[in-house]
Design a protein around this ligand. Structure first.
Ligand code: SF4
Length: 384
């Protein structure tokens, strides 16, 4: 469901255990209108079959993983249900050590969050849930082909809270086509009223090969214009920071102490392991990824073959570009060289960045709206 994380340049000793594991669960009950992820649409989720294949892949990591964070993403991991997630985490524990204070996150759709499921997840060690809410507007949810209705979101938060899972991240999508007449400030208000510990924002992009892409290509829907994108992003920044959230990464807001630890590891560029169809990993030097189709991933593992789909070793230029991009996307900022600082001076004058006393460049919300262009200009001009 989420598309976060890029590897980068930070190295760890070759024999150091990997501290972060991503597990991909590919199943969704139906495809959302805007989604181009590699998913497996299943009315009946083949839990046993999936877990058997996952167990085979995890066995190849035995002894390498000492986890500070475990992130179960998708797809929709909550389609595995209470016992399916518990069995998945048991499998991880067979092949890896999970630190007592580890962050253990699962992604969930609101309609899967029942009181029983929430208790089973808590008992299995889940202490953080990322909820795909997207909007509270019934017409918008229907247009998105979401499987939940607006009332299921508060009920899901209630069930998680009652189970003792109080670290809940809520996803919202902004910059929808104007024809939908979505009231973005009202959605932000409703999100704030639920008091989640974390909120992630995603600007809608229209991808080909999705239902939305097809509607767009025949002229039935138009993308939000840049002004609307900027207005909604800045409105969310003002409303959420005004309510006490830190805007700590271009797309993410957290209550103090509730930043996402797993995704923060991606943004720091440290190594992470990954299992499941289409899962991407980074070992400090190279990125690699599994084959994406669920059936191919499952069958390769059953035959005793590797699930690897490809790999790339980062060049010096790749590393330099990632250092800039990752640095600029969070409030940790980019420690700047003299050349970078000279290039960034106009940004500071334009209100797109600030400079700390330690010469770290930190983008402002106006700068984040130009993140790709600013990162590219530093990389191209730079000195690499
Ligand atoms: S829930 Fe929707 S957006 Fe998320 S992965 Fe499934 S189809 Fe895609």
């Amino acid at each position: 469901m989420h598309a976060l994380g890029r590897g980068a340049s930070t190295m760890t000793p070759a024999d150091a255990p990997t501290r972060h594991l991503y597990v991909h669960v590919p199943f969704c009950a139906r495809r959302c209108s805007y989604c181009d992820f590699s998913i497996a649409v299943r009315r009946n989720v083949p839990v046993d079959q999936y877990l058997n294949a996952l167990s085979l892949e995890l066995a190849s990591h035995k002894g390498e993983l000492v986890l500070d964070t475990l992130y179960v993403g998708g797809g929709t991991p909550s389609t595995l249900g209470g016992s399916g997630i518990a069995r998945l985490i048991d499998l991880v524990r067979i092949h890896a050590s999970i630190a007592p204070d580890a962050e253990v996150t699962i992604e969930a759709n609101p309609d899967d969050v029942t009181p029983d499921a929430a208790c089973a997840w808590r008992d299995a060690g889940v202490n953080r849930v990322s909820l795909g809410g997207q909007s509270f507007d019934p017409a918008v949810l229907e247009w998105m082909h979401r499987t939940h209705d607006a009332d299921q979101l508060p009920r899901a938060l209630d069930a998680l809270g009652a189970a003792g899972i109080d670290d809940v991240s809520l996803d919202l999508i902004f910059a929808l086509p104007s024809a939908l007449e979505r009231d973005w400030p009202a959605d932000v208000e409703r999100a704030l009223a639920l008091e989640p510990s974390h909120i992630s924002l995603y600007g809608l992009t229209i991808e080909p090969h999705t239902p939305l892409g097809r509607w767009h290509s025949r002229g039935a829907v138009a993308e939000a214009d840049e002004d609307a994108y900027e207005r909604e992003f800045l409105h969310a920044h003002t409303a959420l920071t005004g309510a006490g959230y830190e805007h700590y990464e271009v797309s993410n807001f957290a209550r103090p102490g509730r930043r996402a630890r797993h995704n923060s590891a991606y943004w720091r560029g440290v190594p992470y392991a990954a299992v499941g169809p289409s899962a991407h990993r980074f070992d400090g030097t190279a990125r690699s990824w599994n084959v994406a189709p669920y059936v191919e991933w499952r069958d390769r593992l059953a035959r005793g073959d590797a699930a690897l789909g490809g790999s790339e070793t980062l060049t010096e230029a790749n590393r330099a570009a990632e250092r800039v991009y990752l640095g600029l996307r969070t409030t940790d900022g980019l420690e700047s060289s003299d050349a970078e600082l000279a290039l960034a001076r106009p940004w500071i004058e334009a209100g797109w960045a600030t400079l700390t006393p330690a010469r770290t460049i930190v983008l402002t919300p106006l700068g984040w709206l130009r993140l790709d262009a600013l990162a590219a200009s530093l990389t191209v001009a730079g000195s690499y």
